[in-house]
Design a protein around this ligand. Structure first.
Ligand SMILES: Cc1cc2nc3c(=O)[nH]c(=O)nc-3n(C[C@H](O)[C@H](O)[C@H](O)COP(=O)(O)OP(=O)(O)OC[C@H]3O[C@@H](n4cnc5c(N)ncnc54)[C@H](O)[C@@H]3O)c2cc1C
Ligand SMILES: *[C@@H]1O[C@H](CO)[C@@H](O)[C@H](O)[C@H]1NC(C)=O
Ligand SMILES: *[C@@H]1O[C@H](CO)[C@@H](O)[C@H](O)[C@H]1NC(C)=O
Length: 297
């Protein structure tokens, strides 16, 4: 945005009658400085749907894509914080609304664009809609809805347990915790997928793990052994494996879980509703974890 359009769009009118050039310059400086340092947010947590243009998409696997949307202007950031989601909406030809939550994987400070990783299910309503879109088509989004407000060094260590496209909020946390130079939090990521090619964001995760060998520990689980992932564990994530490889329950260690319903059942128990985390059951309960130490996305 140019200086002039910023001035006019913020209704800042140089007070010609009351000021010298110096006063006007001071006012302009103090008004503009926060804007220059801190990009405005496209999404403000209000009830407004904003249409974003699809500018690029890339297949990550046979049923998952990374979608890049343009924000309303090149110099705004999304307005998301870690960890939060946006709601996406599409109106069917018959006029009913299909609204689904999705978790951006782009950096919250990135301006101009926002990225999502989305998996398509065979009969999935929103998935089939968005996989049918072409470059320059639009999707309506609103939000953000904050799921977990991460603050630097909130815990000494975190364990992130995910399955399938449930990696997206865990990736937000991993990314935030490793990009912030004041962070010391250690991260254990335990990520299960059907096959090696279903392991979403693997390149990004491996890059982070290689950069932070003392703070980040990643273990992939696959349903069956695969020559392309010789280091992966085979089978489901079990209580026995977790008992040996993650820190035990404590106020300094928090566990975050996100995945399909069977993963919640086995590891942490399902949520009762978006606002009710329910009791901790499954492997984490057997390992002594309680509601205070576990968050289900
Ligand atoms: C907080 C939150 C964040 C999310 N973030 C993401 C994200 O970043 N990326 C992403 O791809 N998805 C994400 N999801 C899931 C997403 O919101 C939709 O539920 C998903 O895309 C399916 O929607 P659909 O309309 O395509 O399928 P629907 O029409 O709702 O479902 C069609 C069929 O697909 C099957 N199905 C749907 N979901 C699942 C599942 N999880 N496991 C197994 N089978 C399933 C069901 O059997 C159903 O019959 C998130 C969900 C939540 C609650
Ligand atoms: C999308 O829009 C851009 C810019 O307006 C244009 O250059 C491009 O050709 C369009 N792409 C398609 C597939 O229409
Ligand atoms: C990573 O996990 C392995 C296996 O549990 C453990 O031996 C190692 O010490 C861990 N490394 C870090 C940096 O936590």
């Amino acid at each position: 945005m140019s200086l002039i359009s910023r001035l006019t769009s913020s209704k800042f009118i140089v007070p010609v009658a009351v000021g010298t050039a110096a006063v006007a310059a001071t006012l302009a400086f103090s008004t503009l400085r926060p804007l220059a340092n801190e990009p405005a947010a496209a999404f403000k947590g209000d009830d407004q749907w904003i249409d974003l243009k699809l500018i690029k998409y890339e297949d990550l696997s046979h049923d998952s894509r990374k979608f890049t949307f343009a924000l309303p202007s090149e110099d705004v950031k999304s307005g998301l914080v870690t960890a939060s989601i946006l709601l996406a909406k599409y109106v069917t030809p018959k006029g009913s609304n299909v609204v689904r939550p999705y978790t951006p994987v782009s950096d919250p400070e990135q301006t101009g664009t926002i990225e999502f990783v989305i998996k398509k299910y065979p009969t999935g309503k929103f998935g089939n809609h968005i996989f049918g879109l072409k470059e320059n088509d639009t999707v309506s989004f609103k939000g953000p809805i904050i799921k977990w407000k991460w603050t630097p060094n909130q815990f000494k260590s975190v364990t992130l347990i995910g399955g399938g496209s449930g990696i997206t909020p865990l990736y937000q946390l991993l990314h935030q915790i490793t990009k912030d130079p004041q962070e010391k939090t250690k991260v254990n990521l335990v990520y299960g997928s059907k096959t090696a090619e279903d392991t979403l964001l693997k390149k990004e995760i491996d890059e982070i793990a290689a950069k932070f060998p003392d703070r980040v520990n990643v273990t992939y689980f696959l349903d069956e052994a695969s020559p392309s992932a010789p280091n992966a564990q085979v089978g489901y994530i079990t209580k026995e494996w977790l008992a040996k490889n993650i820190p035990g329950p404590s106020a300094d260690h928090h566990v975050y879980v996100c995945g399909p319903p069977p993963l919640y059942e086995a590891i942490s128990g399902n949520k009762v509703s978006p606002s009710d985390q329910g009791e901790v059951t499954g492997a984490l309960k057997e390992l002594g974890f309680t509601k205070e130490e576990v968050f289900k996305f």
